[in-house]
Design a protein around this ligand. Structure first.
Ligand SMILES: [Mg+2]
Length: 292
């Protein structure tokens, strides 16, 4: 693992969070804040995540934003944060503001026809129990199938989907445990771009994600903010920091909270944040040694 942000760089980042009047903490959900679950309505956040996010939001100094591949409203009962944070759903196709305002990109007829054909294909394969239907998108999940069965499902789905997507100029994107056909007009990087445009140029920003679709956001944030891969196993990524959930994720969020509740004039290094972040930084050091 090569963490391209140093221990000092991470300290400096939290120092900026402590001093900045406003910062942004942007998060993927499944696999980043929660375990994957066969029943997606039971994929609750890791223990401790919800209160930390709630407290970070309550400081009024960090804009907390979720960007998910799910429909945005699916996260509200899972997060159980009231009022809910801003949530971008379907990889940025829709935006649910924290005041309840909902925006979604219009879906053209050619896309609707193609998704209907893709759904018919899944029907013929008798795989509806693995399907997830969303506006402008259709996904098939095989995460909990044995490896051979998953490979078989993937092959049979793509056999029909590739030509359907090609004709309608839709994207087919594989993720950890499935594949999705969706409109190509928005991705998580576009959502990240909009969020950045709404922030002060000096505001500290971090994006945390686990899957391939998060790489679009990492690339947009590269050089401007902290890109964090949250995953039990490392993989090739544009992120510059790797955290293993849940322990390192919780340490990161705890350190963020500590930075938010400091008086801006105090240094992070002089505060109890140093103690709070010790475990996290120690783990970073281990990763760096592994890389060497
Ligand atoms: Mg994810």
């Amino acid at each position: 693992m090569l963490n391209t942000v140093s221990k000092l760089g991470l300290q400096d980042f939290f120092h900026k969070v402590a001093r900045a009047p406003q910062s942004a903490l942007v998060l993927d959900y499944d696999g980043t804040l929660s375990h994957f679950r066969l029943n997606r309505t039971e994929a609750f956040p890791y223990s401790g995540v919800t209160p930390l996010l709630q407290e970070i939001m309550a400081t009024g100094r960090t804009r907390v934003v979720l960007i998910t591949g799910r429909r945005a409203d699916e996260l509200i009962p899972l997060l159980a944060i009231s009022p809910h944070p801003e949530i971008w759903g379907i990889h940025g196709l829709e935006r649910l503001h924290n005041d309840g305002l909902h925006e979604i990109e219009p879906i053209d007829q050619r896309t609707l026809d193609a998704l209907s054909a893709a759904d018919d294909w899944i029907d013929n394969l008798k795989l509806q129990h693995l399907a997830e239907h969303k506006p402008g998108s259709l996904a098939v999940h095989w995460r909990d199938l044995p490896e051979d069965a998953a490979r078989d499902v993937r092959g049979r789905v793509l056999l029909g989907w590739l030509s359907i997507a090609d004709r309608a100029c839709l994207n087919i994107e594989e993720f950890d445990g499935g594949v999705e056909m969706r409109m190509a007009i928005r991705n998580k990087g576009d959502a990240m771009q909009t969020i950045l445009a709404e922030m002060d140029v000096a505001a500290p920003v971090a994006y945390l994600g686990d899957d391939q679709s998060d790489e679009d956001a990492f690339r947009v944030l590269d050089g401007r903010g902290l890109c964090v891969l949250v995953r039990p196993q490392w993989r090739e990524t544009a992120a510059n920091l790797w955290l293993r959930p849940p322990a390192q994720l919780l340490a990161f969020l705890r350190t963020w909270l500590e930075a938010c509740i400091q008086k801006p004039s105090r240094s992070v290094r002089e505060s109890r944040t140093t103690d709070c972040g010790t475990g996290l930084r120690h783990e970073q050091g281990k990763h760096e040694r592994r890389a060497g």
